[in-house]
Write a protein that binds this ligand. Structure first.
Ligand SMILES: Nc1nc2c(ncn2[C@@H]2O[C@H](COP(=O)(O)OP(=O)(O)OP(=O)(O)O)[C@@H](O)[C@H]2O)c(=O)[nH]1
Ligand SMILES: [Mg+2]
Length: 335
């Protein structure tokens, strides 16, 4: 039993994987050391994000997708991200019951992650949990997030292939527009095809895609560290035609088409070089985020607790401008 936790994770031991993810969630000081050991073993899994408005059938679809990948003898990990509730509510209980069919399968690992504090913290934890699962050699990682706001959309963006799930009904408007997740979809799924209004939803989505598919270059990364360019010039890139697929996830109908689209998208990303470009952009963003967080932590550790509130008071009283306040703080504590 001299194996380290990192070794156990690399060997695919489920309890070790679960324990490490818990440490990540709790921001245990050891977690980052272990993650550094695992890092060279990451980068192989296909990361698939599944997002969309609450209740559209994401979990049901994820479950069916997992079964389909298992039929292809690929190993699957599922991360269900719940930004709203720190404790598992009814939805997660429902998911548990639904996922029982997968539970005994050693080729499947299921984990839900809830928010302890900030959404940014959850995003970082999700990112690290993905690395653990990737290192443990799961070939497919399905990440379910509720597409409710910008922060959740950011979590979905860490995936290589993003599926946006819609459901008919709830008026005529496409729910994705509200959440701003339309732009990030690689595949659209209109679930609950047994419901009235399915064709209408499919038609609206298709019309919108036709409007939206102007030949604009996709901005891969617009951080401060570097701009990551698309590997090919605009007119050379064979464009990915975003499919709109009808499913009845509850009965597993249409799921095979979704799997085909996922496989096709992965192939497209590889052939166009976009997979490597997205990876680079993602890592640049991660580096930037971590740098920011670390620098901020260091700075705050040097500043006495009363100091910043005093500066804020000066701002309120118009005795100093925000720009000058920053200069003053940095001169004092980070010369
Ligand atoms: N009629 C119909 N109902 C479905 C279908 N797929 C899922 N549902 C039902 O829709 C409800 C919500 O399904 P979930 O899979 O939990 O949806 P979700 O998007 O994961 O929900 P949240 O995670 O809470 O946002 C459940 O009662 C499902 O049984 C379908 O194809 N047809
Ligand atoms: Mg769900």
């Amino acid at each position: 039993m001299s194996d380290t936790l990192a070794d156990q994770v690399l060997a695919g031991q489920r309890r070790a994987i679960a324990r490490l993810i818990t440490r990540i969630e709790n921001e245990h000081p050891q977690a980052q050391t272990i993650l550094s050991q695992l890092y060279p073993h990451t980068g192989r899994a296909h990361l698939i994000g599944v997002t969309g408005a609450p209740g559209t059938g994401k979990s049901t679809l994820v479950n069916e997708l997992a079964k389909a990948f298992r039929r292809q003898e690929r190993t699957v990990a599922i991360l269900a991200i719940d930004p709203t509730s720190p404790f598992s509510g009814g939805a997660i209980l429902g998911d548990r019951i639904r996922m029982q069919a997968l539970a005994g399968d050693p080729g499947v690992f299921i984990r839900s992650m809830a928010s302890r504090g900030s959404l940014g913290g959850l995003a970082r934890a999700t990112n690290d949990a993905i690395k653990v699962l990737d290192a443990a050699d799961f070939e497919v990682i399905l990440i379910e997030t509720v597409g409710a706001g910008q922060g959740e959309v950011e979590i979905a963006r860490t995936a290589q292939t993003i599926i946006v799930v819609e459901a008919p009904g709830l008026g005529d408007d496409i729910q994705a527009i509200k959440a701003g997740i339309l732009e990030i979809a690689d595949i659209f799924v209109v679930n609950k095809a047994d419901r009235r209004g399915t064709d209408k939803t499919v038609a609206s989505l298709t019309a919108m895609l036709e409007l939206g598919q102007a030949p604009t270059r996709r901005v891969l990364h617009h951080g401060i560290l570097m701009a990551v360019e698309a590997p090919l010039a605009d007119d050379e890139i064979p464009r990915w035609e975003i499919p709109v697929i009808k499913t009845m996830a509850l009965k597993g109908e249409g799921v095979e088409q979704v799997v085909e689209a996922i496989t096709g998208h992965r192939q497209h990303l590889t052939e166009t070089g976009e997979l490597a470009a997205r990876e680079r952009a993602r890592l640049a963003e991660e580096l930037e985020n971590r740098l920011q967080a670390t620098l901020m932590k260091r700075l705050l550790a040097r500043i006495p607790p009363d100091y910043l509130p005093e500066v804020v008071t000066k701002l309120v009283d118009r005795r100093i401008a925000p720009y000058n306040a920053v200069q003053m703080i940095l001169e004092e504590y980070a010369p």
